[in-house]
Write a protein that binds this ligand. Sequence first.
Ligand code: HEM
Length: 416
Amino acid sequence: MISDVNKALVPYASGVAVAVLWLAFAIPMIKKRLTTGKLPPKTSVLLDLPLPIAGPILNLLVYFADIRKNDHKKRLGEVMRIPYVTSTAIVIVSPEGVKTGLTCRHDGKKVLSSHHVETIRAMWGPKALSNLAGSEHTRVKKLLHPAINAKTLAIYVSHLKEASKTWIEHVVDPNLGQPVKVYEPVRRFMMDTTLRLMLGLGKDAPKVANQVAQLLVQVWDSTFAPPFNIPGTNFHRGKRARAALLPIIRVLKKLKAKQESIKDPLDLAKCESMSYTLAFLKECLRVYSPVLNFPRTITTTFEASGYVLPKGYTYLYYPPAVQRHSVEDPDKIIPEKYDDPTCPLNRPYGFTPFAGGEYQCLGERFAEMEICILLRHLVRDFTWTHAAADPRIWYGDGAPLFMRFTDGLPLVFAKA
Ligand code: HEM
């Protein structure tokens, strides 16, 4: 039986328990702050509060509010702390930041985990190449090289040509003169052709590739993660794409002339001589990067740009933000700029849509080749315009690390 005196003590005891819990949570955080030196500026005063339960919830609210904003770099400079779901991430929007992210090193010292944070690990699976590290990563990557070397790529030129023709027969030809949504069919084209590369050109490969592609699309679309905002760029939810799509259509004329100057039959050497098409592709990757940011974990506290970046924080590097900020008129598609050796995009880590260093995309040349071959057929044989009055690109929902067109990208094709 609880005596009256003990009953009267209950509220005080509860208060003390809450205070002890709070101290247990807050003291390490406060201690870390006091001992780590100057942290990068934060995008919100509410961010990173030393409060159990309420802190992460507020963080989440700030995170969603923050997605709408778009001026962090202007306000805060190149290094900042941003809300990252219920925690905090440090963002560096500079070529040096990208270099650290890609090499996992700062001043020669390893400071980042070489693989992704847990959410990404779960998405790809722990045995995926990009989730392996050190000697195991090197070993598996070496094993994959023969699947993507020049000899193999040469074999795939004619396959990609046939695949492009089949795609046009199914998607474009039956819909001439009327809007056809190309986003999904292009996505399937890329997946099917990539899977054929992995599965080989045997007679059962198309069927298996088709089934795997279907499964991948489902997994991909149902993978949930919250949408991201790129500090300091104009990427945000539901961006209107018209401004960028119109100049693309103007560039297509030159693209057509360049492609017409390359005669059939196509081979690997001719594909690699498509410098204007490749520069056009680079511009598309620069303005609308399919991959937005890469998360790593800080494993050793280090200093960059005058700030302390403490161990345990997420480190986000944004190649697209660097690529956009280094040029004037970032929304304009100007393929010629890659001919200028002084262009910041041509400097180390200035343009890294396919990553770099140890984790350099293995499929870069193949991806370029499949896009160049499909584009060759589309620009040579057709003219196209965008059908929607207000085309939209979406970086949220479903596969938020990657861009998608919410309106399905409707284009109207006509025979050239
Ligand atoms: C436009 C198309 C593509 C883009 C923009 C792209 C971009 C990237 C990027 C940024 C990474 C580095 C990810 C990281 O740091 O963890 C990467 C890795 C990778 N990509 Fe691609 N990629 C494309 C197409 C492809 C294709 C078609 C293939 C296969 C044929 C492919 C295979 C890979 C592989 C295997 C890795 C892992 C490399 C490693 O961890 O060492 N990619 N890609």
